[in-house]
Design a protein around this ligand. Structure first.
Ligand code: 28F
Length: 644
């Protein structure tokens, strides 16, 4: 029997020789990736034994740079004589190339398919300079060793009695095949960690002998823990959702959560192998999510502007892990790297099941659902605004500059950083500002007409709006993504309006515009709101005047004086130019509010509230808050006016 070269053994040698001739066909490449693929093949066999319901522990030991072992406590590879080859099953498994054994499809089996594990072992054998297999089975320990790419076969030996069961494979990667034969500890740790999330209930150990380090990977919470770990550093806006759904032919596990970030983050796997380019299972998830969220939005009156959400909107801030187990007969991949699943069966299964599950979660968790849908709409609006900004910006660079002569009064200074642009509500206030200003540093742009709401306006309206066009040209840094802060003509842009609700509305419109179209300006803290006083208190004896910005301040002044006249300012126009300079424009005496761009979330929310379609809500909001980033004192000032 020993070393008898019959037809089947020649075939064996030839087929393993084929693997050595074209290793790329079987393991992708002969670099580090391919090298670690060998390890993955062996571990996958242990995982299959786990999925079959047997192995609960897998131990990996990195013995030296290129010698590594994997052990499981499954049933042990069968050792009985295989009828076709007339050799022990374990020997056949390590020396016979699996039919159609191609990269990506080699070791794929879902537990229900059964009996397919072990298929990658022969590839590992072919590309190793030595392989030692130990099997504990039927109360005995068995050894079988291979070397030089599976060529030299020593027969299976029954070593002695044991009570344990399982399989241990130790292999040494071949220097003739691989560019570098040494394993990377971190890559192994990452792999084992990932596998522990995908296989809750499986314990994975790693003994890094060289570095004298030991690790244990065990994630009984599975994908839920995966998603929670991925989002450790994120601010969450929903709970973590996780479910498993199964048919007789496949199983899908999904966990997901929404965070405040604006990226989407989806990891998908098929039979424990990552699918970097997604495919059928990811498509099903995206389809189900979009459908469920749109339906829920309509059913619960959460739709905004009567518009449906696009897929990408629903996934902003989403972290998801999808793990599909599929029978080998349904495994089909797309593309050169086989990194994208293309299985009609998986798509059909997923489309139905995933949608139902997500819809169920939304219905069960209305508070989360509301937040998620609002976030999706905010993403939709931001995208639309960005698109409009790009269009406006393109249009702007091609269009001839309109003439705004006579409207903008420029400042004399040659240093942009010391120049200030006052955007002033109304022509009469604009006139006073022109007279009162510091000509060297202060430029005045009076706003006469209406400003369009840039949150809803079309490109045509934005461009056709003289007020905004003038502001864009005056500032001079461009718009949207092309906005260049270095080209800005001013170090400060100051919005100066009346201290009433109309003034607040103009502020909100301008701030929305700056936030959406010149965000770097806001982020750099270059946008300000001027605060005119609310009262003038004139001492009738001394004829001296003082100003008050709030009612409490007014009371304070009144206490100190015996005869006085109070003038309440309703608008900037009620001040003469000297008063305007003294109270609102003079850098030494004025009060400015710096608009902060640091909190995008809240800025976004304010914009939504203000610029959404509901005029009543908007007015109410303005009346309550008056404008962005006010501290209490300032609110007091502005709201105070309403109560006098
Ligand atoms: C360290 C690597 O390869 N573990 C494995 C098993 C268990 C069975 C098996 C493997 C039988 C007919 C193929 C045992 N008892 N670890 C491993 N554990 N392969 S590989 O069977 C292989 C099939 O052809 C096993 C009953 N059924 C299956």
């Amino acid at each position: 029997m020993r070393d008898k070269y019959d037809a089947s053994s020649i075939e064996v040698i030839e087929s393993l020789e084929a693997v050595r001739k074209r290793p790329g066909m079987y393991i992708g490449d002969t670099g580090t990736r391919g090298l670690h693929h060998l390890l993955k093949e062996i571990i996958d066999n242990s995982i299959d034994e786990h999925l079959a319901g047997f192995a609960t522990v897998i131990s990996v030991e990195l013995i030296s740079g290129n010698v590594i072992s994997v052990e499981d406590n499954g049933r042990g590879i069968p050792v009985d004589i295989h009828s076709k080859t007339n050799r022990p099953a374990v020997e056949t498994i390590f020396t016979t190339l699996h039919a159609g054994g191609k990269f990506g499809g080699v070791n794929s089996s879902y537990k229900i398919s059964g009996g397919l594990h072990g298929v990658g072992s022969s590839v590992v054998n072919a590309l190793s300079s030595s392989v030692k297999v130990i099997v504990w089975k039927n109360k005995f320990e068995y050894h079988i060793d291979f070397s030089h790419g599976g060529k030299k076969i020593t027969p299976l030996k029954k070593i002695g009695p044991t009570l344990k069961t399982g399989t241990k494979v130790t292999f040494k990667t071949d220097k003739e095949i691989f560019k570098s034969v040494t394993f990377n500890s971190q890559t192994i740790k990452d792999l084992l960690k990932e596998l522990s999330y995908l296989n809750p209930g499986l314990k994975l150990f790693f003994n890094d002998v060289k570095n004298e380090e030991k690790y244990e990977f065990f994630q009984p919470q599975g994908l839920r823990a995966f998603v929670d770990d991925l989002t450790k550093e994120q601010t969450k806006i929903s709970k973590t959702y996780a479910f498993t759904a199964e048919s007789s032919e496949m199983q899908i596990k999904i966990a997901f959560i929404w965070t405040t970030t604006n990226q989407e983050n989806i990891h998908s796997f098929v039979n424990n192998i990552i699918t970097p380019d997604g495919g059928s299972h990811e498509k099903s998830f995206k389809f189900g999510l979009t459908k469920a969220m749109n339906e829920y939005a309509v059913e619960n009156k959460l739709q905004q502007n009567g518009k449906a959400l696009e897929g990408a909107d629903t996934r902003e801030g989403l972290f998801a892990v999808i793990s599909l187990y599929l029978m080998e007969k349904y495994l089909q991949f797309e593309g050169q790297t086989k990194s994208k699943l293309s299985s009609n069966e998986a798509k059909a299964f997923g489309d139905k099941i995933i949608y139902e599950q997500i819809k169920h979660y939304l219905n069960k968790n209305p508070q989360d659902a509301k937040k998620i849908i609002e976030k999706a709409y905010s993403s939709k609006r931001a995208k639309e605004a960005a698109r409009r900004a790009r269009e406006v910006s393109r249009e702007l660079s091609s269009a001839k500059n309109k003439s705004f002569a006579g409207k903008l009064v420029t400042a004399q200074s040659r240093k942009a950083e010391e120049r200030e642009l006052f955007i002033v509500e109304g022509d009469s206030a604009g006139g006073s500002a022109k007279l009162g200003r510091d000509r060297k540093t202060q430029a005045i742009l009076p706003l006469k007409g209406k400003i369009v709401n840039t949150e809803r306006a079309t490109l045509k309206t934005i461009l056709g709006n003289d007020e905004l066009s003038m502001a864009i040209h005056a500032i001079g840094g461009g718009l949207g993504e092309d906005f260049n802060i270095k080209k800005a003509n001013y170090g400060k842009v100051i919005i100066m309006t009346d201290a009433d609700t109309d003034g607040a509305h103009i502020q909100a419109l301008l701030l929305t515009f700056f936030y959406r179209f010149m965000k770097p300006l806001v982020d750099a803290g270059m946008v300000y709101i001027a605060l005119p006083p609310l009262f003038k208190v004139k001492n009738t004896k001394t004829k001296k005047s003082v100003y008050a910005w709030s009612i409490s301040e007014l009371d304070h002044i009144k206490e100190k004086q015996s005869s006085y006249e109070i003038q309440r300012y309703k608008g900037l126009g009620e001040m003469n130019y000297q008063q305007l300079w003294e109270t609102t424009m003079n850098p030494n005496t004025r009060t400015l509010i710096q608009v902060s761009g640091t909190n995008d979330e809240s800025a976004n929310k304010i914009i939504i509230t203000l610029m959404g379609q509901d005029a009543a809500v908007r007015r109410e909001w303005i009346e309550e808050n008056v404008e962005f980033s006010l501290d209490d004192n300032v609110q007091d000032n502005l709201i105070g006016e309403e109560h006098v």
